[in-house]
Structures are given as C-alpha cells and as structure tokens.
Design a protein around this ligand. Sequence first.
Ligand code: GTP
Length: 204
Amino acid sequence: MPVTIAGLVLAGGLSRRMGRDKASIVLGGETLAARGLRRLRPQVDLLALNANGPEGAFGELGVPVLKDHHAGFQGPLAGIAAGLAWARTAGAAQLATVPVDSPFVPEDFVARLTAAAPADRIAVARTVTGRHPVAALIPTALAADLERWLAANETRRVNAWLGTHPIVEVDFPPLVIEGEDIDPFINLNTPADLAVAERLAAIR
Ligand SMILES: Nc1nc2c(ncn2[C@@H]2O[C@H](COP(=O)(O)OP(=O)(O)OP(=O)(O)O)[C@@H](O)[C@H]2O)c(=O)[nH]1
C-alpha cells in the first residue's frame, strides 16, 4: 500500500523582521499561505496550515488551520509538533513541511525526499546555501518523540531535535531564472527579500 503523506505549510511565526504577517503577503496575486498550499497540494495526500493568528483566520483556504500546542511562539518546532500530531491522527505515515516564506518550493520537493530516504527516516532539503531544516519529510511515528523532546529540552532549534535522529540530506539544484541561480528554498524575511521575490515571481 502506498505511504500516505501529509503536507504542512508552516506559518506560525511572528514575522518581526518583515513587519507584517508573512502568510498574508500577496505575491503574484495570491497570499503566501495560498501559494504555499497550492504548490504542496499536488505532492501530498492531505494538507494543513500551521498558524497562530485569530480564530477563523485563513478559513477561506479550505484546509485545517493548526495552532501550536505550545504557547509563546516557540519557533517552527512547535508547529512541526502540532503537524505531526494532526497527521498521525489522520493516518498519514509522513509529514512534509515547508515554510510559508519560501515561495519557490520545487514541484518535485516531496518526490525527491521520498526517493532518497526510507519512509522511517527524516529527510531534509539541502542546497548550496546549506541545510533547510524546516523543508523536511518526517515520519509521523516521531510525534511523541518530539513532544517528549520539547518537554525535556530548553532549546527550540530545529537542528537540535533533528540531530537526535539519523537524517538523510537531499540535494536540490538551484532554479535558473533569467540565467541567475536562485535557491529554491529562498526565504523572505525582510521587505528587501520580498522585493527580490516579487521580481522573480513576475518572471516565473
Ligand atoms: N508554529 C510556529 N512556527 C513558527 C514560529 N516561529 C517561526 N515559525 C515558522 O518558522 C519558519 C521560519 O520562520 P522565521 O523567519 O525564523 O520566523 P518568523 O517568526 O516567521 O519571522 P521573524 O519574527 O522575523 O523571525 C516560518 O515558516 C515561520 O512561520 C512559532 O513560534 N511557531
């Protein structure tokens, strides 16, 4: 039987450097939340958004909106924990996570990860700029392990938890746009990053 894969767009952060909620920023006529979901949808069997805004926000997107179980904006690991619990309950064997502020997630993101790693291993995307720890495919069997780890540890660094498991790093080539190499997991943290993405989205 094929493995059921759930997808999660991580949009639970505070967007302090951007100065406004990144998930609601419009790029190429759609919000980054809608864009992230649209790009991930064909790659997975079920889909959710992780966001910590007011109740009912993002309701128009038609996917479950998962809030962190851990109060106080504890970073993406809290969102991943909420996603793993949801995906496991829904019967998925693996959870693919992407950050909402990566608008060029490749069409073969999940396919490359599944091809490179057995279903019981964590697979993480890597490009020339290094590892992208929140662009990952994680067995849902690790849901309880992550909860225990969060309870037992102060740090919330994603790489700190990943380091407690064997990881398969999966290489992704650059996107070539107008002869320029672009990291497919480019991250929009600031208004300047957004200006670059607006230029790229207009071309692409
Ligand atoms: N669930 C959840 N996700 C988070 C949290 N903080 C960051 N993220 C997500 O983690 C990814 C990387 O986020 P960052 O850019 O480091 O943080 P941010 O809050 O979005 O932005 P800054 O406030 O500028 O650091 C994005 O997908 C965020 O939505 C959090 O407290 N909870």
